[in-house]
Design a protein around this ligand. Structure first.
Ligand code: G6P
Ligand code: ZN
Length: 542
């Protein structure tokens, strides 16, 4: 029986770039998840009888919200819901399933790299039929609806068994429990030379993948261990846990410390990697050799043609503005366009749909291509492996040859976390005020060539996004970027992105901190970070 229950709006359901993300306790309030899901459905047109994809990263509350979403989808008139077995779907796998099944859209339950558990975070994101996150005009409609909603529709029925593959009925709707891994693994096998990678591993190449007790475990076991023949145990923390084993599933040098230490140790394997809670980010570390996400994008773009899926070459490369210019030099040499977008994966979607870019990447550890409409952690790992298998070289050698050919963009991000909002805003305002006066002046970083607040005009629909970060460019090609994080949960986080380019004939072997030291001083001089924040040094350096 379909019930129509009355409800009252919650005033905190504005979806961010990655959907609605809140503490589990917030989602546990009566009607909270229901209100949001109904607001999503109310904002869509023409889904009657169509397919919805449903799954998440397995975090606490995943299974409960899947049951709610199933019953609400049935009551709202969807024809079919495809659910990943056990409620599991990584973000890239959900994107692929939406595309390959011709679904109307999908609900992805995740709070990405945020911790999980009863006291941690949960999230609901709606993706549209191209497999990518809903564009802002859709999320704005959803938000408006959350503020006026007065009822939601839900089927009164027993819970669906989501652990047994197969089809069943829920009211008038079909529920299909699908293997969350197989289709995605097949897609990877169609893009990469699994034979060459398998041969490299059989010859003794060693690797370690840390799934951080999050969603990529089953994907990595199937692909790396089963299909590519890596020994069992190659994938660590392989079982998705509701609380990620109390780990923070963010693959950076702080939270993936164990992997980092192993990769820097005596017995380091040849290759190490990790992904985040929902499987869209990646961390790549060679034996004794960390790869910045910006360099990773450049190396992947320069070598992608070595993988069968990209043998015909790339149409273009896209990177977010704060990501280093390393990829620009690759695009230039390949004679293809380079698109510089604001931070946020959603800006790549239009370029991919329009066939203007093939590979995209961000300094925040996201890389991907036109195979789906989300960034994809395991995809990046496999492209690296494919490149190494063809070139028969390790990470350090590939990086060294890359820098020798293109020069090196020394790069670091300094984060100042937990700043009071008003202080962070005041710092940015002061910086913006002096932009016009900066060109031609000099500081510890050198002579300033230009300074602006980044604005982006989407080449496909001419939409304009302003105030996307302050950039200061020096005569020698060095750069500083200042922006406030759009994803923080407590106070403001100031991100300072520092980059110095050294040509192929320069010193390519410096320690990053040494190479950037004058620019770090310059950032302090220009923005008076310690004056505004009271912080003498960043809380995190990546
Ligand atoms: C999320 C988005 C990324 C984006 C990142 C930036 O992970 O999916 O596309 O790069 O947030 O976060 P920030 O905190 O710098 O705004
Ligand atoms: Zn993520």
């Amino acid at each position: 029986m379909i019930k129509c229950l009355s409800t009252t709006p919650f005033n905190d359901q504005k979806p961010g770039t990655s959907g609605l993300r809140k503490k589990v306790r917030v989602f546990q309030q009566p009607h909270y998840a229901e209100n949001f899901i109904q607001s999503v459905f109310d904002s869509l047109e023409g889904f009657e009888g169509k397919t919805l994809v449903l799954g998440g990263d397995g975090r606490f509350l995943n299974r409960d919200v899947i049951q709610i979403a199933l019953k609400m989808a049935a009551a709202n008139g969807f024809g079919r819901v495809l659910v990943g077995k056990g409620g599991i779907l990584s973000t890239p796998a959900a994107s692929h399933l939406i595309r390959s099944s011709g679904a109307f859209g999908g609900l992805v339950l995740s709070a990405s790299h945020n911790p999980g558990g009863p006291d941690e975070d949960f999230g609901i994101k709606y993706n549209v039929s191209n497999g990518g996150p809903a564009p802002e005009k859709v999320t704005d409609t959803i938000h408006a609806r959350t503020l006026s909603i007065d009822s939601y529709r839900i089927l009164e029925a027993a819970d669906v068994d989501i652990d047994t593959p197969g089809m069943s009925r829920l009211g008038e709707m079909t529920v299909e429990i699908v293997d969350p891994v197989a289709g995605y693994a097949d897609l990877m096998e169609s893009l990469f030379d699994f034979g060459a990678i398998r041969a490299m591993i059989a010859e003794g190449f060693t690797l370690s993948f840390d799934a951080m007790s999050a969603v990529t475990g089953p994907y990595a076991v199937e692909i790396l261990e089963k299909r590519l023949g890596a020994p069992s145990g190659t994938v660590r923390n392989a079982t998705p846990l509701p609380d990620f084993g109390h780990h923070h599933p963010d693959p950076n040098l702080v939270h993936a410390r164990e992997l980092y230490d192993r990769m820097m140790g005596e017995d380091a394997p040849d290759f190490g990697a990790a992904s985040d809670g929902d499987g869209d980010r990646n961390l790549i570390i060679g034996r004794h050799s960390y790869v910045t996400p910006s360099d990773s994008l450049a190396v992947l773009a320069a070598n992608a043609h070595l993988a069968p899926g990209y043998a015909l070459g790339l149409k273009g490369i896209a990177r977010s503005m704060p990501t280093s210019g390393a990829a620009d030099r690759v695009a230039q040499r390949l004679g293809i366009p380079l698109y510089e977008t604001p931070t946020g994966w959603k800006f790549f979607g239009n370029l991919l749909d329009a066939g203007m870019a093939t590979i995209c990447g961000e300094e925040s550890a996201g890389t991907g291509s036109d195979h789906v409409r989300e960034k994809d952690g395991i995809w990046a790992v496999l492209l690296w492996l494919n490149i190494m298998a063809v070139r028969r070289q390790g990470v350090a050698q590939i990086l060294a040859e890359h820098w020798a050919a293109y020069g090196r963009n020394y790069y670091a991000r300094h984060d100042y976390e937990g700043i009071a909002d008003d202080k962070a805003d005041a710092l940015m305002a002061a910086l913006r005020d002096k932009l016009a006066a900066l060109p031609g002046t000099a500081n510890s970083g050198g002579k300033i060539k230009s300074a602006d607040d980044f604005a982006y005009t989407d080449p496909t629909d001419r939409s304009v996004s302003r105030n996307q970060g302050v950039r200061i460019l020096f005569e020698d090609g060095s750069r500083m970027v200042f922006r406030l994080s759009g994803t923080g949960t407590e106070g403001a986080t100031l991100r300072v992105y520092i980059e110095r380019y050294v040509g192929s004939d320069g010193d390519l072997g410096m320690a990053t901190a040494d190479a950037l030291e004058p620019l770090v001083r310059a950032a302090q001089e220009v923005a008076d970070i310690s004056g505004f924040t009271g912080m003498e040094r960043p809380s995190v350096i990546t």
